[in-house]
Design a protein around this ligand. Structure first.
Ligand code: NAD
Ligand code: UDP
Length: 319
């Protein structure tokens, strides 16, 4: 192994994880991806051509293998699409509990700085808007989203427990809705659904009346925020939790309009039943990320949608 810093990325074959791997490799890191390829794809990593990268098939619910010297652990493994919250409920709950336990034990053994991927879902269907990091959230522990959002809350609590008991630096990012190339067309989240539908001239499926809001962040912006948080000096960032995402909040019915306009499609819209416990409003308060990191997202929604649509068009063509 060289002198380059060695980073482990769990979930490295997934959407966010593979972009994070690219960014670390560009900056000279050695990177090992651990992924079970459940929702990730080896195709997301096949463009990489450097001996500084290794992709291992590993389920984080099992203890991690010995990987030599490790400087950073980016723990990003977890299915994240609401479509999977029911069909893969137990897998998700255990990935974010047993899996996070294994990741944190591994980080402790290696004395590695850790970045834990949490989510805006820890705020549930929020009663405080926008959501700041001190808000404790409104989560239904018995609801259909609980396998994901409660287990992410447990991930965070376990990270705090490790910090309280052992002297390791764990930084938590609460990621708000992020989109971009390498999401799967059948992922089930709203932008992959709308783009796949628009590219086929099918109607866009709006769940409920479409007045619920989200704030969509392009993946390169998210990754730059994650990287600068990981690199920040421990005196300001050790053990911290920050929101990362976009503050450009729009209603889902407006998102449908943006996508039909940008893609110039013949698609209309069709309404479907609203999923139970669907959060009605979501927008991050980014004050902490801005003051700590000077970070804010740069890519506008239309621009990001265009870039993502190009990727989806290629994916759908090769199907
Ligand atoms: P994704 O499904 O594309 O990526 C998840 C990756 O984790 C996949 O490659 C999958 O195969 C892998 N994985 C899942 N369970 C695993 C297990 N038990 N062992 C090993 N690998 C496993 O989803 P994503 O959007 O890239 O999400 C990545 C992370 O970011 C997740 O932790 C997610 O909760 C978090 N996040 C994402 C968003 C978003 O909008 N994309 C928002 C909030 C949080
Ligand atoms: N949604 C929709 N049509 C779809 C998929 C999702 O209207 O085809 C809605 C969903 O009900 C939610 C929002 O879009 O209000 C964002 O859903 P997504 O699954 O992308 O992420 P979430 O923020 O719910 O985790």
């Amino acid at each position: 192994m060289s002198d380059a810093p060695h980073a482990i990325v769990t979930g490295g074959a997934g959407f966010v994880g593979s972009h994070l791997v690219d960014s670390l490799l560009e900056d000279g890191f050695e990177v090992t991806s651990l992924d079970n390829f459940g929702s990730g794809r080896s195709a997301n990593l096949e463009h990489i051509d450097t001996p500084r990268f290794e992709s291992l098939e590993h389920d984080v619910r099992e203890p991690f293998p010995d990987l030599g010297r490790v400087d950073y652990v980016f723990h990003f493994a977890s299915r994240a699409s609401p479509k999977d919250f029911e069909s893969h409920a137990v897998e998700i709950a255990l990935t974010n509990s047993e899996g996070t336990h294994n990741a944190l034990e591994f980080a402790r053994k290696n004395d590695a700085r850790t970045v834990l991927a949490s989510t805006s879902e820890v705020y549930g269907d929020p009663e405080v808007h926008p959501q700041h990091e001190e808000y404790n959230g409104n989560v239904n522990v018995r609801g259909p989203r609980a396998p994901y959002d409660e287990s992410k809350r447990f991930s965070e609590a376990l990270a705090r427990a490790f910090q309280q008991q052992y002297d390791i630096d764990i930084r938590t990012v609460r990621i708000f809705n992020t989109y971009g190339p390498r999401m799967r067309p059948d992922d089930g989240r709203v932008i992959p659904n709308f783009l796949s539908q628009a590219l086929r001239d099918d109607d866009l499926t709006i769940y409920g009346d479409g007045t619920q809001t989200r704030s969509f962040c392009y993946v390169s912006d998210l990754v730059s925020g994650i990287r600068s948080f990981a690199d920040a000096d421990p005196s300001v960032a050790a053990g911290e939790v920050i929101n990362l995402g976009s503050t450009h909040e729009i209603e889902i019915r407006e998102l449908a309009e943006v996508i039909t306009e940008v893609l110039d499609t013949r698609s209309g819209t069709v309404h479907r039943e609203s999923p139970e416990d669907d959060p009605q409003l979501r927008r991050p308060d980014l004050e902490r990320a801005q003051s700590l990191l000077g970070w804010e997202p740069m890519v506008g929604l239309e621009d990001g949608i265009e870039r993502t649509a190009e990727y989806f068009a290629e994916e759908l063509e090769s199907e």
